[in-house]
Design a protein around this ligand. Structure first.
Ligand code: 5GP
Length: 206
């Protein structure tokens, strides 16, 4: 078995944190907020077959791979989980995550509900957080204000988002639901949830 030498920022309590939520809910900003606030936390860069957009940075947001490469990675069991999201595939790199956890890092996965279900089935200790919009009206408004898609695509995303929220509520994979009514408050709540979980694991302070 591979042994991973500790790094100066390592702690003894590795923790896997899953952050999910419908598109337009602000989960990427919240995820990056948690990563910044918690020392020694690392963001897992997924592989995806979706095309790179102008705002994406290769190796930072995703590893952009071809369909063939993704097939090979699936065959090699390179993924901790993978899922088809809006017709494109996304997967979490297994070895990298295992290595970071062995080093005691807090590893953050920003993945969809299907991926979260797979990870929680394999690792029930993972902390799964679902980010909710304050209301359906606000979500629709946020999707429109991004000006990324035309109205028919926006309505499709909106229907998908409502379905995703329903599945997240009923599937039992999520430990915590956080409403993104105000960004800074939602980030604080996510950070505190993660800190509480880590503190709880260490046991009561004498
Ligand atoms: P986007 O293409 O907008 O960046 O992401 C689309 C969806 O794919 C989001 O819900 C995001 O959380 C999800 N996603 C990103 N990476 C992964 C992954 O590795 N696994 C799974 N299951 N979902 C992912």
């Amino acid at each position: 078995m591979t042994r991973y030498p500790p790094l100066p920022t390592d702690t003894s309590d590795g923790l896997l944190v899953i952050i999910s939520g419908p598109s337009g809910v602000g989960k990427t900003t919240i995820t990056r907020g948690v990563e910044r606030a918690i020392r020694g936390s690392v963001f897992s860069v997924s592989a995806t077959t979706r095309p790179m957009t102008a705002v994406d940075v290769e190796g930072v947001d995703y590893r952009f791979v071809s369909d063939d490469e993704f097939d090979r990675m699936v065959a090699d069991e390179a993924f901790l989980e993978w899922a088809d999201v809006f017709g494109k595939r996304y997967g979490t790199p297994r070895d990298w995550v295992v290595e970071q956890l062995a080093r005691g890092r807090l590893v953050i996965l920003e993945i969809d509900v299907e991926g979260a279900r797979q990870v929680k089935a394999a690792l029930p200790e993972a902390l799964a957080i679902f980010i909710m919009p304050p209301s359906e009206d606000v979500l629709l408004e946020r999707l429109r204000s991004r000006k990324r898609e035309d109205e028919s695509q926006i309505l499709k995303r909106f229907a998908e988002a409502k379905h995703e929220i329903q599945v997240a509520r009923s599937c039992g994979a999520y430990d915590v639901f956080i409403v993104n009514d105000e960004l800074e408050r939602a980030i604080d709540e996510a950070v505190n949830t993660v800190r509480d979980r880590r503190a709880g694991r260490r046991g009561p302070i004498a």
